[in-house]
Design a protein around this ligand. Structure first.
Ligand SMILES: [Zn+2]
Length: 274
């Protein structure tokens, strides 16, 4: 049994619950989506977010609506003295909303706050070592996503990675992929899929590609995906998402099955944008 298989039952069981919850909030989302999109925000995105410049006009229109929803619904908070600006909100909302294009679910229903540090920050982590004990570890981070909690981002990484496109690293796409994965209550690399019948194929392809990446890493073989994706299935999905949007041509050529699964999930085909 692969590591993605257990996730199938969990993901399928929350489909019904999530459908009811979404119907309740759809009216509110429609109200927010018709708000006008300020021209200066469009200019900010042209400047700050390279991926935005490549989007077809129809998807830009959709994105504008999702950005309005995101900014109206989510609370932004600056940490370590950082003052949140409109530029920060628009840039983060745009990249987070890239993952929602063409999808029925047009928000992140479990997310309320985005916490933003000026730069990379130190986080305390408790690592279990068995026997009920743990060690305290300090790690330097550019972002993290909490289940039923906030997304935390380092603004300097956000800004740099939004402009420097094509290298497969994008902390906003990464952390918001975790949010989608965490919607069913478990961070396991298996987000909620539209159809129950899709879970088996998802698990088969993800298992195969995850094991391949782990093997590539063990044999010091370079992959189109960053090695960090070999950490666990949740990180695999987040790194695969970054690669899908930032290096679509390479991913489609080298891992066509993985590209096809992500294309089905995200309902966009970034190869056509570049
Ligand atoms: Zn991650």
């Amino acid at each position: 049994m692969g590591v993605f298989d257990l996730a199938i039952a969990v993901g399928a069981s929350v489909l019904v619950f999530m459908a009811g919850k979404r119907a309740f909030s759809n009216w509110k989302l429609k109200q927010l989506a018709v708000l006008p999109f300020p021209a200066r925000w469009g200019k900010m995105l042209e400047r700050n977010v390279t991926l935005y410049r490549h989007l077809p006009d129809e998807l830009k229109e959709q994105l504008h609506k999702d950005i309005n929803i995101f900014i109206a619904e989510k609370h932004f908070e600056g940490l370590d003295g950082l003052e949140i600006t409109e530029e920060m909100k628009v840039t983060i909302a745009a990249e987070a909303s890239m993952l929602l294009l063409n999808r029925k679910n047009r928000d992140y229903p479990g997310l309320f706050s985005i916490l933003v540090y000026p730069g990379a920050y130190v986080a305390q982590q408790k690592i279990p070592v068995g026997g009920g004990t743990h060690i305290d570890l300090q790690t330097v981070r550019a972002g993290e996503s909490w289940q039923h909690g906030p997304v935390v981002l380092a603004w300097d990484h956000v800004k740099q990675e939004a402009v420097n496109f094509n290298n497969g690293h994008n902390v906003v796409l990464h952390e918001f992929a975790h949010q989608l994965d965490q919607e069913d209550g478990i961070s396991d690399g298996a987000p909620i899929l539209e159809k129950r019948s899709s879970y088996l194929t998802w698990a088969r392809i993800m298992n195969k590609e995850y094991e391949q990446l782990r093997s590539d890493m063990e044999h010091h073989k370079k992959s189109v995906m960053d090695d960090y994706g070999a950490t666990n299935p949740a990180e695999f999905f987040a790194v695969a998402t970054e690669t899908f949007f930032e290096k679509p041509k390479q991913l489609k050529k080298i891992k066509p099955d993985l590209y096809a699964e992500l294309k089905g999930f995200y309902r966009v085909d970034p190869v056509e944008w570049l």
